[in-house]
Ligand binder design. Structure first.
Ligand code: FES
Length: 105
């Protein structure tokens, strides 16, 4: 399955998901260093902030836990569709989502 990465300059880049691998790692592995992900996925940096849209009908992203919610609350750019991309593992049922890199804090 695939998803579309939206970069800060508005580019739309198709990426291939890998089962159970966090979106953050897939984006980084594809060479998109604009997604800083400073802490490497241990949920202490929030520099992996993205906006996720176009979740397929009948599908849902994994529930956000309290720690992720608190990290996102500290962002000036939080939106209803904000997530930390290190906390969202890929699964093929999510094919078609768009993952937009949030502005730099
Ligand atoms: Fe640091 Fe996601 S990579 S919170």
């Amino acid at each position: 399955g695939n998803f579309t990465l939206i970069t800060r300059d508005g580019g739309a880049i198709p990426l291939t998901g890998r089962a159970d691998v966090p979106l953050m790692e897939i984006i980084r592995d594809a060479g998109h260093e604009e997604l800083i992900a400073m802490c490497g996925g241990c949920m202490s940096c929030a520099t992996c902030h993205v906006y996720i849209d176009n979740v397929p009908a009948g599908q849902a992203l994994p529930e956000m836990d309290a720690d992720e919610d608190a990290m996102l609350d500290a962002s000036d750019f939080r939106k209803p569709n904000s997530r930390l991309s290190c906390q969202v593992p890929w699964r093929s049922e999510l094919s078609g989502v768009t993952v937009e890199i949030a502005p730099e804090e």
